[in-house]
Write a protein that binds this ligand. Sequence first.
Ligand code: NOJ
Length: 556
Amino acid sequence: MPKQQPWWNGAVIYQLIVRSYADGNGDGVGDLQGLASRLPYLRWLGVEAIWLTPVYPSPLQDGGYDITDFKAIHPDLGDLAAFHRFLTAAHGQGLKVVMDLVLNHTSTLHPWFQRARWAPQGTPEREVYVWSDDPHRYADAPVLFRHFESSNWEWDDVAGQYYLHRFLRHQPDLNYANPLVQEEMLEVVDFWIERGVDGFRLDAVPFLCEEENSRCEGLPETHAFLKRLRERVDSHGRDVLLLAEAIQPVKEAAPYLADDELHGAFNFVLTAHLFAAIASGSTEHLRQCLQDAQDAVCGCRWALPLRNHDELWLGDGHLIPEEVIQIIRAGLHQGQGHWLNWGINRRLAPLLNGDPGSNRVLHGLLYSLPGMPCLYYGDELGMGDWPGLRDRDPNRTPMAWTPARNGGFSSAPDPLLVLPPITAPGYDYRVVNVEVQKQLPGSLLNWHRRMLTCRRLLPALRHGDFELLPSVHPSVLSYVRCDGRMTVLVAANLSAAGASLQLDLSRWEGERTREVMWGCEYPPASANWFVYLPAHGFNWWLLGEVEEQSDGLQDS
Ligand code: NOJ
């Protein structure tokens, strides 16, 4: 019997923004009631976990990442009872729920901050945040939101001091040198685990602690707190995922994945390399990046996003090699404009020039590489964006459900909508929506569903070893995933031209080869196994036979 794995091992995570997903009470804002009514869709699609961007009370100066109460639900979205109903319904559909948790900062409107600014210097209430008389402290820490802020410090008249904020000035950093802060945040984690959540996406984990003459990222004190957090989570005695958002090079992100720290981390470097590969048609950098990630930590620990609710983060040369950034800037559709902070502020489909083939090949990789594939709501449809909106709102617009008014997102009058539904040419919700695509057998949506079904039937893609095959064509990436019961071969052509190649499959000499999606037989494996992949084409093949007790994939 294979060893029991934690639920997240190889799980497909679907990220959504509750206020943009489905409006249950007709006020123009998506809510938990609306989301609960869409759970059957998510089950039908075949994802396994839902990651909710922050659902806490917030003035929404940073999309809810500016929290005023960690133990409540934003009234626009419902209340704790609505959360309970949603969670129970999600579990009833076999779906896990991962909450976003912002450890690093609060809103300036949080009662802790209001109390701190009035409290005398040196008191525990004041020390809940990081204060200074000198705005040049921690000068080596880069300003992250450089389109909005020019300093990490903001003067507060009431306190008569500056406070630290690594993000917006409305988001003061909590002071993790204060044991009270650590304890409060651990209690927040207890609170949600006791309510039944299955995991946390831990926002901005590198920045918890500060030290002079450093970038203030991933300091030993930060890791020490995260280990405490892990201990606390373990003390609840059930599998609760701790997933780090650490936008750092793989070598710097890997320490969060120490055995006694967090379970997973996003591989944002891989995200950028996937875009570079599709932009240039070359897999050279991508191969290296996959090898580096694999050498640093076992592949299954990485969460793999293509796009999310933020800009496509490329950084300043620290995260991604400058050469790769240049490839993306030059090659991606609209890569030149729409630059926000350190990245490109567009949704997946417009970045790929609306090409469903590119969407397929990139997700075909995501769904077959080791790790936790992350699908951003709407990308299963090739949904578009609204480039003119402020900040990161262009890619946070309402989900398109039907061709009806507002894309079936809400029955409210237009001016009340949280954000405008997409009517941009080529992406109009009257065409690009769930209802229409469900009815078209060849739609992107039906393709995603089929791939996720295949993935469920292939345990090797969830838990199997990963081995890159030697490169035989500059545009094609090929690898095998093997779990001892089955071997799956993947080959993907990242270029906009067809590719024919010969793979060396001598290790499987004479074995049967079958394409997974339709079960088509290919010639037996050999040292010169010929395959043709059309532009952006890819395939998954089973090599040899599947062992009997596999989870369902039988010979027909
Ligand atoms: C990362 C989140 O993804 C982003 O949306 C947010 O603005 C910052 N952290 C600050 O919380």
